[in-house]
Design a protein around this ligand. Structure first.
Ligand code: BGC
Length: 743
């Protein structure tokens, strides 16, 4: 595949040029022939999805089977590509088998909300970034997140979501970290798994991606990732294992990159051995868009469906390979069985989507609720926060279009903003590479919290003017941003566009400076000592400004904690510069091309994020699991039950206001494990009134206690003493106890 194949030509002009064409077929669109199901025994809901799938399979011709194992092409994603008459204008389309009552599969990108709503004048809710949502450490919130996506997909006529990114934050500058759920495999796997369970709860097929080791965008279709199997299983693959175990996904999308010399979409180890055998994955493997590279090798090594389907590996060539017996028919049947059983299991055949108007109010409220649990208070010197409404106060907001909106993430996770880009409105949908702001205005909601105060905005492009206005104000709030997107990593952890200098200048002019960050992932903060407050709001979604205002004024007490380590600077990272970056050139529209193949040796192994910092004895800027509150908490009385692997301790609210503390438990394995770091093993959100104490009992995650034994190809619980630690963050664990595991 040429790297350009993986890019999407989603420019508004091209989209609207093809609408006319597509609408020719619209008379028949959404009018898939309704078959007489009374003669179809597989429509009996009392049978299992597998039984039903096999009954359908028994009726299918070779051509019908081949039709199901590939999509119909780039469609709306590429200017000039044909669009099937019944396509719902999403990222992908598989034509159903009318005579057997098998519906089309209409797939929509939907990592943080549904993509390309503008295409047909539709609306979709923008949720906080998934990395933001992971900062809640709240599995229920993740489930709600997924159910919003599932509900809106149904309303828009889609029956499959392609989201569910769970590539861990091995590379903190990865352009897609905002679509993922952080650096810890157990936390990320749990949050993404619950999210996708939420999608499934709406009778929409769900997905987990990008399998696997698509941890950076630089050279993503040519990079060959090298890592030993033990480290693979204990890091990235563990996040997939946990999320797949929870979500039981319909699909797993294999990624663009190579792993140990073989493309991920034709990688026997990843697909057959680990995903299908060890993880017992029952759904189907679909290729990332243009990530299929062969017919026979891919088919034998575990790929089940070529997407978007115009690279011509799984249509005529696969039919020929079946006829020539290069690929056994049983393998094709397995591919189709996996697709059919997932359709039955999700309910898209029994309970197909019904078009409705998306409820924007419900979606916005839920997005705000999730955002309020996602915003992390990083610094609060001299209790500058919460702000108090005051008639004499003068507040200046500086930068990042804080007068009109909040930033969103780009690429195939981009959701279209209602009314167009709030920072630069123009007709049509979003353009790849443009920073899109959603109309949730921090200025408006901050002013509403303190109606008597003077609240002003200055854009920050003139540093001296911003500093002057800050000097004349009682409080300065600088909004800094880091726009991120698919196919482009941040070259460094530094904020782009001289924003560090802006913060320094404002902080020098006004001692009461607070910084609000709208970033895709971790960034460096060379100015942190000079500001009193810092708040990470990520990309906070359509309810973001209200959520922020509620946090800044203390109506909501912040509870979120970082799901990623913030390094002081790039030199602290395992790879101080992004591997392969030097070879990347860009097209005029800012997309990657012409990257030479290269090896990327993940020498840090399973030591990702906080594990790397602990193993190399470095202090980060902010540790994994860190986040402040307007109240304080005390931990006491850790005990461990050796037989059940449960821990017990008490958390008390020692401050003046109600709050929710995320209590974290870590384990360090016995010396036989030869690990120089601890692992997250359990956590819980604990809601506490002032002065209240609660006892917390948690079971340590079994996969946090085990090592992967490659000789036995299985998880192994080593005998010995395990150091158990509990506390408010990975670098602050005041409670210690020992778990004794004896043979
Ligand atoms: C992305 C996938 C996305 C697909 C379809 C690819 O470029 O990597 O995440 O689902 O395009 O838009």
């Amino acid at each position: 595949m040429s790297s350009s194949k993986s890019f999407h030509d989603v420019a508004t002009s091209s989209i609207f040029a093809v609408i006319a064409l597509a609408s020719l077929g619209c008379a028949s669109a959404h009018a898939q022939t309704k078959p007489d199901t009374s003669k179809m025994p597989w429509m009996n809901k009392a049978l299992s999805p597998d039984e039903r799938a096999d009954m359908v399979l028994g009726q299918m011709t070779l051509d019908e089977k081949i039709q199901m194992v590939h999509g119909t092409g780039w469609g709306v994603l590429r200017a000039g590509a044909p669009i099937p008459a019944r396509s719902n204008f999403g990222a992908g389309f598989m034509a159903g088998i009318d005579r057997l009552g098998i519906p089309d599969i209409n797939l929509a990108d939907s990592a943080v909300g549904i993509r390309m709503a503008a295409y047909q004048g539709r609306y979709a809710t923008l949720l906080p970034s998934t990395l933001g949502a992971a900062s809640s450490w709240n599995p229920d919130s993740a489930f709600l997140y997924g159910s919003v996506i599932g509900r809106e997909l149904r309303a828009l006529g889609f029956n499959m979501s392609i989201g569910g990114g769970v590539d861990i934050t091995r590379e903190p500058r990865n352009g897609r970290n905002f679509e993922y759920t952080g650096e810890d495999p157990i936390l990320a796997g749990t949050m993404t798994g619950q999210l996708e369970k939420g999608v499934f709860s709406q009778h929409v097929m769900n997905d987990i991606k990008h399998y696997a080791f698509n941890d950076q965008e630089t050279g993503r279709s040519v990079v060959n990732v090298l890592l030993d199997k033990k480290a693979m299983r204990e890091s990235d693959l563990l996040a997939f294992e946990v999320s797949i175990g929870i979500a039981d996904p319909s699909g797993v999308m294999c990624s663009y990159n190579l792993v140990e010399g073989s493309y991920a979409c034709e990688n026997d180890y990843l697909l057959n051995q680990v995903l299908k055998k060890d993880f017992k994955f029952k759904g189907w493997v679909l290729s990332d868009w243009g990530a299929t590279h062969s017919t026979v090798k891919s088919a034998l090594n575990g790929l089940d469906q070529e997407m978007p389907g115009d690279d011509n590996y799984f249509n005529a060539p696969l039919k020929k390979a079946i006829e020539d017996r290069q690929v056994p028919t049983a393998r094709l049947d397995d591919m189709v069985h996996r697709i059919l059983r997932s359709m039955f299991a999700a309910g898209v055949i029994d309970d197909p989507p019904v078009r409705t108007v998306v409820d924007p109010f419900r979606g916005r409220d839920e997005a705000q609720q999730i955002a309020e649990e996602s915003i992390v208070l990083l610094k609060n010197s001299a209790a500058i926060l919460p702000l108090k409404p005051s008639a004499s106060a003068s507040i200046v907001l500086i930068g990042s279009h804080a007068d009109v909106g909040v930033l969103s993430g780009g690429g195939s996770a981009q959701v279209d903003s209602p009314g167009g880009n709030a920072a630069n409105p123009k007709p049509g949908g979003s353009h790849w590479g443009e920073a899109i702001y959603f109309p949730s205005s921090p200025l408006k909601y901050i002013q509403a919290k303190s109606p008597q105060a003077s609240v002003k905005y200055i854009d920050g492009t003139d540093t001296a003017a911003a500093a002057k206005l800050a000097k004349a104000s009682t409080t300065a709030i600088v909004f800094v941003n880091q726009p991120m997107r698919e196919d482009l990593d941040a070259a460094t952890l530094s904020l782009p566009n001289n924003q560090d200098a802006l913060v320094e200048a404002v902080a020098a002019a006004n001692p009461n400076t607070i910084v609000v960050l709208e970033t895709g992932g971790p960034v460096s903060m060379p100015w942190i000592q000079h500001v009193k407050g810092a708040v990470e709001m990520w990309y906070p979604g359509i309810g973001g400004a209200q959520a922020l205002a509620n946090i800044l004024f203390g109506e909501v007490n912040p509870s979120a904690k970082l799901p990623v380590t913030f390094a002081k600077d790039d030199t602290q990272l395992p790879h101080p510069t992004i591997p392969g970056l030097e070879g990347v050139t860009f097209t005029p529209s800012g997309r990657q091309h012409k990257v030479k193949p290269f090896d990327l040796n993940y020498t840090e192994g399973a030591k990702v994020g906080y594990k790397w910092f602990e193993a190399t004895n470095q202090q980060p800027l902010f540790p994994f699991g860190f986040g402040l509150s307007y109240t304080t908490y005390a931990y006491s009385g850790l005990t461990v039950d050796d037989a059940s692997h449960t821990v017990h301790f008490t958390v008390r609210n020692t401050g003046q206001c109600e709050g929710t503390e995320i209590a974290e438990v870590y384990v360090a394995l016995p010396s036989a494990a030869k690990e120089s770091y601890k692992r997250l093993a359990a956590w819980q959100r604990v809601k506490l009134a002032p002065g209240q104490s609660k006892d917390v009992t948690l079971t340590l995650h079994p996969l946090s206690l085990t090592v992967f034994n490659t000789d036995q190809n299985g998880w192994q619980l080593l005998p010995g003493d395990y150091n158990v630690m509990a506390g408010p963050s990975s670098s602050d664990t005041p409670l210690k106890a020992t778990l004794r595991i004896h043979p």
